[in-house]
Write a protein that binds this ligand. Sequence first.
Ligand code: PGA
Length: 249
Amino acid sequence: MRRKLVIGNWKMNGNLAANASLLAGISAGLSAGAADCAVCAPAPYLAQCQAALTGTPVGWGAQDMSAHASGAYTGEVSAAMLVDFASRYVILGHSERRAYHLESSELVAKKTVAALAAGLIPVVCIGETLAEREAGQTNAVVGAQLGAVLEAISTADVARLVLAYEPVWAIGTGKTATPEMAQEVHAALRAQLAQANAAAAPAVQILYGGSMKPDNAKELMAQPDIDGGLIGGAALKATDFLAIIHAAA
Ligand code: PGA
């Protein structure tokens, strides 16, 4: 049985004061038996997350990292640096990275390899644009994005992935995939995982992301292959984020 997992993607939001009250609100509001949860903060705030969340059930992590271990890569942050602040997760291949930073699936695959080597849990994001969906290319697009990662990692490491299916047209738009639409893609992704590692695939958590809110979370996460959520906007308010975590349980 897969545990539900709800991860907040803060994107480029927050400051010390706002984060402090958000983190305190989340850890104070979690009830016993809640789903697993974590926040992925901007890198400068990982130390703050570590200080505020150590000893709580709330995990933390980053939103991106370099594929390189160290060296002359100005502005980049390595996997080891994330581990220095006891990060558990790192989001990789978010559609905003793919769109604004031209990250290819091959680069996302290299980052996934580096994250796994450092002991991080990569939360690999995949998803189609509206044009791709309308052209009937959804399965081909997400299949290629996942395929690049599966080609790069070992068979055994399939078990260490977390996937996030995030239709690009649903991110920050208030438009959500219907539970049935999302389930169809999640099931296809799991079938693809099974081709790589049949024993591991049933246990891999596949999150849905894209305008998941307290009022649609339960329905989405009731689908058999939707194992939680990657939450943007609604992760910035403790009450909303908590409502989604509790809807998952
Ligand atoms: P959203 O973002 O919940 O604001 O749509 C999700 C994401 O981009 O991870």
